[in-house]
Design a protein around this ligand. Sequence first.
Ligand code: HEC
Ligand code: HEC
Length: 89
Amino acid sequence: MALSLKKRDFLLVGIAIVILAFLWQAPPESTSRVPYDDDHRQFHELVKAEGKKAAEKFCEDCHNAEGVAFPEGHPPKARCLFCHKMGSS
Ligand code: HEC
Ligand code: HEC
């Protein structure tokens, strides 16, 4: 049946548009950057020299429940620098 086939085609195109629209919503570049200050300067150097994974090991020395607490509802934090980019200030 030609007509129902067309309807299905429109449906598929519609779904594709919805998915593309979803993907095109660029992820918000709002996640706070790692400051370039006395606490973090060494990590900027370390990321450049040895990469993100090497630097991330030290984040939780300070960023933990007793130290610099995470904001409520902070997402799973296995890889800090995957979300927090190195800032310049
Ligand atoms: C020596 C302790 C220390 C270490 C290690 C440390 N931080 Fe921090 N961090 C702080 C303190 C104190 C603050 C809050 C004051 C500030 O903004 O500098 C902070 C703030 C931040 C902020 C929030 C900045 C903002 O805009 O409010 C981010 C993001 C962050 N740290 C990420 C990291 C990451 C990622 C690492 C590991 C690479 C790391 N920190 C290692 C002490 C530390
Ligand atoms: C899955 C993404 C993700 C990962 C991984 C992640 N964070 Fe976050 N973090 C966020 C988001 C989103 C926020 C809330 C928005 C903001 O303030 O940046 C946040 C907030 C923060 C804040 C507070 C920032 C402020 O301005 O008050 C700090 C400090 C922080 N994260 C540190 C870390 C550290 C240290 C790690 C690794 C142990 C880490 N984060 C891993 C996404 C992430």
